[in-house]
Design a protein around this ligand. Structure first.
Ligand code: FAD
Length: 466
């Protein structure tokens, strides 16, 4: 939340002294959370890698440099196994996803034909006419049923822990949707690109491009990023309140907000809300009922994250990890081979670190039934998956289990209309409220940072550079 009072702002830094950041929990970072094991190994309970690609990836790297974290960055370079190899677990076996032109021409199980044929279908399929479509329907229409039910199903599980038959192509994968709209074909769109967008520049960004990084982390874990941001902002006058959940918002006669924090209140000329849409919907006053309704329909799913560490064990393959389509297992979304991408975080003596993600229809059914969701249940399922899918039959030496409730927003079919109605309401009512965070236009860390940057630029009246 942001509380700029009494503009004008002579400089950005003096503006910052009028900003209050209100965090409900005692810790900053939200889902970004890194914990150390007894041997110093780093376990990520949320995100574990940030992509450097594109303008948003570059802007995050710029921020990393501004925070003085360059020397902490752990890159995954383009020639590394974790950058080159990704797998699908189908039919009880791991299958490497093909890469490069030659890979597309070869037979590549679990797909029955070389993916070249899916590409040919894609190039000859006409443009879709609907304003939105499910990811599954879009992929089936353009790339065929196998790519839809194996590759795109798994991708939706890997990124959104969601169901490709419910998620929106327009909102979840806007670049694919736009490529079809603009160039009639995803492949043509990817080849021709979206035109030249001005790119930020820094030594770190140039290094990431030269070494073709696929992703990066930070030596002490990704939580170092919000911690550094906190130090940076507080040193410049931002007040950070922790452990103070906002429990209500009301509009004052003068047009500013009263922010209820339980025992105390704040006044704010403008609020940037970066909390989940459905949480905000419950805090809004009656005057904002139509907005609250639109936000309440942006739901989220839960994910159980199980970090496992094994002593003296070896993986059967080297890569970033593998995804599991829903047809293979309704509960295991995939396994990330953390030690392959970031061996520097393995601790001493080094142990093999993996993360098993559980969710999907399996978890949704358990939640709907009100079943007991014990740590033992998730640990047992995760160890079983590591044993059957990766051959790791010995018990792990260390295990962390966390159930993240409602952690990934679901951009279901028609999500764009919810955003449009929220935007229209805010503009028509001139409400001093700006929306940011994972609920709206992208769940990746880069997307969330960008949404915060754009929100701040809007409040300050400085147009975001695109
Ligand atoms: C398991 C998992 C793995 C992921 N992996 C990756 C990855 O590898 N790479 C990637 O790019 N992205 C990944 N993501 C996605 C990404 O981490 C999240 O989408 C992103 O961190 C969300 O950030 P946010 O600030 O929008 O929301 P949140 O992290 O949810 O932060 C919201 C904050 O608001 C606070 N809050 C809530 N209610 C109130 C209230 N009433 N008053 C005050 N404060 C309140 C919360 O305490 C929290 O700190 C992953 C997500 C998960 C869950």
């Amino acid at each position: 939340m942001l509380r700029p009072l009494s503009p004008p702002f002579p400089s950005f830094f003096s503006f910052l002294s009028w900003v209050v950041l209100v965090e409900g929990s005692e810790r900053l970072g939200g889902w970004i959370r890194s914990v150390r094991g007894p041997d110093g190994a780093v376990f990520e309970l949320g995100p574990r890698g940030i992509r450097p690609a594109g303008v948003l990836g570059a802007r995050t790297l710029l921020m990393v440099s501004e925070l003085g974290l360059d020397s902490e960055v752990l890159p995954v370079r383009g020639d590394h196994a974790a950058a080159q190899n990704r797998f699908l677990y189908v039919g009880g076996a791991l299958h490497a996803l093909p890469s490069g032109i030659r890979g597309l021409l070869r037979p590549s199980p679990p797909f029955s034909k070389p993916l070249f044929w899916a590409g040919l279908k894609e190039l000859t399929t006409p443009r879709g006419k609907d304003p939105d479509e499910t990811v599954h329907s879009f992929a089936q229409r353009r790339l065929g049923p196998e790519v839809a039910s194996l590759a795109m199903d798994s991708l939706c599980r890997g990124v959104f822990a969601g169901n490709s038959r419910e998620l929106s192509i327009r909102s979840c994968f806007p670049s694919l949707f736009q490529a079809e709209q603009t160039h009639r074909s995803i492949l043509l769109g990817l080849l021709l690109g979206a035109g030249r967008v001005p790119q930020p520049d820094s030594a770190l960004i140039r290094q990431a491009r030269a070494e073709r990084w696929s992703q990066w982390s930070l030596r002490g874990g990704l939580e170092t990023l919000p911690q550094a941001l906190n130090t940076h902002l507080t040193s410049r006058g931002v007040s950070v309140l922790r452990g103070q959940p906002v429990c209500g918002l009301s509009l004052q006669a003068e047009g500013c907000w009263k922010v209820s924090l339980g025992d105390s209140n704040l006044e704010a000329d403008h609020i940037i809300s970066a909390i989940p849409a459905s949480v905000l919907s419950k805090l809004l006053p009656a005057e904002a009922a139509p907005l609250a309704h639109a936000l309440s329909t942006i739901t989220a799913v839960s994910v159980a994250v199980v970090n496992l560490q094994y002593r003296g064990a070896r993986l059967p393959v080297q890569g970033f990890g593998h995804l599991v389509p829903s047809s293979e297992d309704p509960g295991i979304l995939g396994i990330v081979y953390d030690s392959v991408a970031f061996p520097e975080q393995d601790g001493s003596p080094p142990g093999l670190r993996l993360t098993v993600m559980l969710g999907g229809s399996w978890l949704r059914t358990l939640e709907a039934r009100g079943s007991v969701l014990s740590q033992e249940l998730f640990q047992k399922e995760a160890e079983k998956a590591a044993a059957t899918q990766l051959g790791l039959k010995e018990p792990p030496s260390h295990c962390l289990v966390h159930l993240h409730k409602n952690c990934i927003p679901q951009y279901t079919l028609g999500h764009w209309q919810k955003l449009e109605s929220a935007t229209q309401f805010l503009a028509a009512q001139k409400l001093p409220l700006t929306l940011a965070g994972a609920s709206y236009e992208g769940v990746a860390v880069n997307d969330c940072i960008e949404s915060g940057r754009q929100a701040a630029a809007r409040v300050l009246g400085t147009e975001p550079k695109s």
